[in-house]
Ligand binder design. Structure first.
Ligand SMILES: C[S@@+](CC[C@H](N)C(=O)[O-])C[C@H]1O[C@@H](n2cnc3c(N)ncnc32)[C@H](O)[C@@H]1O
Length: 204
């Protein structure tokens, strides 16, 4: 089933992602699969699996594996880069679900359980990650969360592989785009575009 059919057939189980964003995410992954870009798929900040379920559905007939990471304790503390009057609802501990609840969503959807790791992103090392990344969805909301995710994932991204950063254009979560600018500022090994408010980084 292709990404459009998947989006028609299956429900979006939380408000953490909307249909236009999912469409972009799944179409990018679909293109990478067709182009045989090597590596697996990661999501840093998976919450209850709203996006992860769709990623796993798309990966069903491929040899790529899905790797999910979350504190399962909700959001960490904000830093000064995250401050925005539009984003006061995003507080430490918000968006907390258990690993068990996430696993249950995969069971309910009749999907194979992906690799799931409970950790703060700052504590992850390359040993916790797949060897190569073909596609990554970074959705940790805050400056440090996205910075830590980029530092960890970008060196593992295959040529022509892609990292998609959520909340790139979200004024309630300014830390996400600030982390991207600060990370990519000194680099030249990427192409950038944006769609549906997502930041899309393609490895050159
Ligand atoms: C917006 S939610 C993710 C939504 C999910 N991607 C989806 O599509 O449903 C953000 C998640 O990131 C996690 N998170 C944020 N910063 C983190 C960090 N530094 N380390 C670990 N988890 C983090 C939170 O626990 C939360 O579950």
């Amino acid at each position: 089933m292709n990404s459009r059919e998947l989006l028609k057939k299956f429900p979006i189980i939380s408000e953490q992602i909307n249909k236009p964003k999912l469409q972009v995410i799944l179409e990018i992954l679909e293109r990478l699969i067709m182009a045989k870009i090597p590596g697996d798929v990661v999501e840093l900040g998976c919450y209850k699996g709203t996006t992860s379920l769709f990623l796993q559905r798309l990966l069903k007939l491929t040899d790529k594996k899905l790797y999910l990471y979350d504190s399962f304790e909700g959001l960490p503390e904000k830093t000064s880069f995250d401050m925005s009057t539009a984003g006061e609802q995003f507080k430490p501990g918000e968006l907390s679900v258990s690993k068990k609840m996430l696993a249950y969503e995969f069971k309910k959807a009749n999907l194979d359980l992906p690799f799931i790791k409970k950790a703060w992103f700052k504590d992850l090392t390359p040993a916790d990650m797949p060897k190569n990344i073909c596609f990554g969805f970074l959705d940790g909301d805050f400056f440090d969360s996205i910075s830590d995710s980029l530092k960890l994932c970008w060196p593992l991204v295959s040529n022509n592989g892609v990292l998609v950063v959520d909340d790139f254009s979200n004024e309630a979560l300014p830390g996400a785009s600030r982390a991207c600018h600060s990370f990519f500022n000194q680099r030249s090994d990427y192409k950038f575009n944006t769609s549906a408010g997502l930041g899309i980084y393609i490895k050159k």
